[in-house]
Design a binder for this molecule. Structure first.
Ligand SMILES: C[S@@+](CC[C@H](N)C(=O)[O-])C[C@H]1O[C@@H](n2cnc3c(N)ncnc32)[C@H](O)[C@@H]1O
Length: 240
């Protein structure tokens, strides 16, 4: 996170330095320049790709809020809402974003082929993956963990009618994975090495770890699905 704000602050300072002479309320110019500089710096510093849209939007979004002159409680409400959605993202380094429909279809095909009896979604977000799978495969059981309160509540609600689906509040790092035949994760590059260690230590031989978009560094996947697409699925076979 500190690397994110480092780029934002430097881009803020440099863009202000560049526009200050021409400053006649040239807000749009300043916002655009800051966003562009932040983007270029983030690329040069090889920051994660998924930070790039955040870099582009962060300062313009602040500028927009400033111009709207909303009362304080609106900001408080937005802050409270975002806190409940993103919760400990600064610690986990995994924000909420949802599996796309195309990836979900590919994952469904994997489940149809490999027929896991017990499936886990590590960081299940709003439960979209669990809900779709539990409906399509009523004979299998589906379990998810989520640390952020609002997505967890949403997931609980959307899966309430599915007897083969359970959603738990809390961190998946504290849950043993021995019993699972297939584990799905859509996280970020940061936890992948640790997740691979956990999977190797805890999952049985022949069990599957499927990671959406983020590969385990230096580990050859068993299969890459949707290769060349923006969101490939990396399939790993545990060899415990
Ligand atoms: C990218 S989202 C994926 C959501 C869902 N799996 C999907 O594919 O639609 C990742 C989710 O993992 C959650 N998360 C991150 N670290 C976690 C942890 N240690 N335990 C449980 N949930 C976690 C985040 O709060 C976020 O909602």
């Amino acid at each position: 996170m500190s690397r994110f704000f480092f780029v934002q602050i430097v881009a803020f300072g440099v863009s202000w330095f560049l526009v200050r002479r021409e400053w006649n309320g040239a807000w749009v110019l300043w916002l655009a320049l800051q966003a562009l500089l932040a983007l270029v710096m983030a690329r040069m510093l090889r920051q994660p790709r998924w930070w790039l849209p955040l870099h582009l939007m962060f300062f313009p979004a602040l500028g927009l809020l400033w111009c709207l002159h909303w009362p304080r409680y609106v900001y408080g409400g937005i802050f409270g809402f975002l806190t409940l959605v993103y919760w400990s993202t600064f610690r986990t380094r995994v924000p909420l974003y949802l599996t796309h429909r195309a990836s979900l279809e590919t994952l469904m095909q994997q489940v149809a082929v490999r027929r896991p009896r017990l499936f886990a979604d590590l960081g299940c977000g709003t439960g979209t993956v669990l809900c779709a799978l539990a409906e399509r495969f009523p004979d299998a059981r589906f379990v998810g963990w989520e640390v952020a309160p609002l997505p967890w509540l949403w997931a609980k609600w959307t899966t309430r009618h599915l007897p083969n689906c359970r959603v738990h509040f809390g961190s998946f790092w504290h849950q043993p994975l021995h019993a699972y035949d297939m584990v799905y994760a859509f996280l970020s590059p940061v936890p992948m090495p640790e997740l691979w260690r956990k999977a190797q230590n805890e999952m049985n031989a022949g069990a599957w770890l499927v990671s959406n978009s983020f590969a385990v560094p230096d580990v050859q996947p068993w299969q890459v699905l949707d290769e060349g697409e923006p969101m490939p699925l990396y399939v790993y076979r545990c060899e415990a």
